[in-house]
Ligand binder design. Structure first.
Ligand code: ADP
Length: 549
């Protein structure tokens, strides 16, 4: 058993001030640091921006030897190492993107018997290689391995939204390096994930630290697509009135990213699309421009099943502390995803904003996706059903966040099992700050839904969505639970407006091909709008009044 030196609180605060310039420890930082310095395993759950990195960076400064940090993303490692080097701290990372010269220098230091390095960042893939493991074993046997920190530890859990198979291999660390404390860090609060992480890593009697997930500096707001005249224009206006701030807009699909980004660019917002459809070079230049503030806003896809090097995972986890606004152009799939994504705002603790644009068509689209999502892991229809049910249950919380009138903050925290008083919000969500406006909006939304249900409108909106492929669309169309009329209703109905009202749909469906249906419905929709034009105008001025309020 290695001898662990005690470190008093004052000595640790001195290190914090001297190396990092922070006056005091925040939240549970000190408890985590004391635990690992005393040789105890620790599981640390802190929200994004909570200051997790300090929990292994201070121990690295507290005694000689190496702190090994396992990190899922190269962009994140690079960023942390650059920041540490600027502070004069000996930190490096090992990755496939480095030159062999840079790698050799690091290996020389590690092999020297007296390494100067304090922090070494590596990917889980590298840990899994025999060569690197034998190097680590040598360092360990010389008594020079201080701590193993596993950042974004939820990646080890199949219940986590960012599951990475190579993380599973980290389970061997506990056996390989007995006596070395393991610190698992995550911002994912799902209880199943916590248990899975602790078990998979084989943590022994870990100190479990959980911080509140409240992000007091984020103002939460929902805007309703169905009652907005023009969602793009609203978003553009929102960004303009927020000032020239750094922001992220999340979209469900690539085409929406491109489209929205083009619209915003044409309307004076400095922005760029970022998604897996772009080539690597373009993606990294978009990211660089955003990080260096050349671009104000990034319109990014939510990485559905896309891990590691593409999509939002890389983007959001990377670097920016001063993201002031995060918008969701589509409803996220779960509260957990929403929390992670909106949580990219205000990591520097300054006032920031989360705005979610909610629409009933988006909700249906997401329900469809979740219901039909195929998991590579679950082969049987039974486990497939269970998976869809779980996803749909998770999604219900998200719908309730949008469609309910109560405090948004309370809903987020309650979904993570935190019981909080309503006063906690301190009017920093739209439902607490403008309750009557939110109630009015919700009423208007409800009326719009009712009208659309009567007229079968959602079918038209769905058919117009250029983002769903033909397969999706035809499946969507053929779903029985969408039917709003009986066979008798349709038997003698053949006119366009009947289709708009949901009548004649089944007959029409049976007769026509997909493209014909879409064309036909677009024509029908135009007719419908033309016939309703005066009402629509009157309605518009009401909406403007609400928006102005
Ligand atoms: P996380 O990894 O939990 O998202 P970080 O470790 O990146 O958070 O820290 C977020 C921000 O908080 C960083 O800018 C960091 O410098 C700052 N920070 C961390 N600890 C403290 C502290 N004790 N006092 C003030 N600022 C802190």
């Amino acid at each position: 058993k290695r001898r662990q030196q005690p470190h008093g609180k004052e000595a640790l605060v001195k290190l914090l001030r001297w190396h990092f310039g922070h006056a005091e420890f925040r939240g549970k930082q000190l408890e985590a640091i004391e635990a690992v310095l005393s040789g105890r395993d620790c599981f640390c759950l802190m929200p994004t921006g909570g200051g997790k990195s300090m929990c292994y960076q201070i121990p690295a400064m507290a005694r000689p030897g190496i702190v090994l940090v396992v990190c899922p993303l190269i962009a994140l490692m690079e960023n942390q190492v650059t920041a540490l080097k600027e502070k004069g701290i000996a930190a490096e990372y090992l990755s496939s993107t480095q030159t062999s010269h840079a790698k050799n220098k690091i290996h020389e230091d590690l092999d020297s018997g007296k390494p100067t390095l304090r922090l070494l960042y590596v990917t889980p893939e590298l840990i899994a290689t025999a060569g690197f493991m034998s190097k680590l074993t040598k360092i360990y046997s010389r008594g020079l391995l201080n701590l193993v920190a596993i950042d974004e530890a939820h990646c080890i859990s199949t219940w986590g939204h960012d599951f990475r198979p190579s993380y599973r291999k980290l389970s061997s660390l506990r056996n390989h390096f007995p006596g070395i404390p393991i610190l698992a860090l995550t911002a994912t609060a799902v209880p199943k994930v916590q248990n899975d992480v602790i078990e998979s890593l084989g943590l022994q009697r870990p100190l479990v630290l959980k911080s509140s997930f409240n992000r007091p500096n984020i103002y939460y707001e929902v805007r309703y697509k169905d009652i907005l005249n023009d969602v793009y224009a609203d978003l553009c206006n929102l960004l303009k009135t927020s000032g020239n701030v750094c922001g992220i807009i999340y979209c469900l699909e690539r085409s929406a990213c491109d489209d929205l980004s083009a619209y915003l660019s044409n309307n004076g917002i400095s922005c760029a699309a970022y998604h897996a459809g772009l080539n690597d070079k373009l993606r990294s230049s978009v990211l660089d421009d955003w990080i260096s503030s050349k671009t104000q806003v990034v319109v990014a896809t939510v990485a559905f099943g896309c891990r590691g090097t593409c999509g939002v995972t890389e983007l959001v986890l990377s670097v920016q502390d001063d993201v002031r606004i995060v918008c969701h152009y589509n409803i996220p799939k779960s509260m957990e995803s929403f929390y992670q994504e909106s949580g990219r705002a205000g990591r520097d603790q300054l006032p920031s904003r989360s705005v979610l644009y909610y629409g009933v068509d988006d909700r249906r689209k997401m329900e469809f996706i979740l219901r039909n999502a195929k998991s590579k892991k679950s082969q049987t229809s039974n486990s497939q059903d269970q998976l869809s049910k779980k996803s749909l249950d998770d999604f219900t919380q998200m719908v309730e966040y949008c469609e309910g009138s109560g405090c948004r903050r309370k809903k987020i925290l309650e979904s993570f099992g935190e019981q909080v008083p309503a006063s906690l919000c301190n009017e920093s969500c739209d439902a607490c700050k403008h309750p009557s406006l939110v109630a009015r909006n919700l009423e208007e939304v409800t009326n719009t839904y009712a009208t659309r249900q009567r007229y079968g409108f959602s079918h038209i909106m769905i058919s117009r969505s250029e983002n769903m492929n033909c397969q999706d669309l035809s499946e969507f169309w053929n779903r029985e639970d969408e039917a709003s009329c009986s066979e008798e209703d349709v038997s003698d109905s053949d006119d366009d407006n009947d289709v708009v009202r949901g009548l004649g749909r089944s007959k029409f469906q049976k007769k026509s091909g997909l493209n014909e249906r879409i064309d036909f419905l677009q024509r029908a929709e135009e007719n419908y709008y033309r016939s309703k034009a005066p009402d629509k105008q009157a309605n518009k001025s009401d909406k403007n009044a609400i928006a102005d309020a």
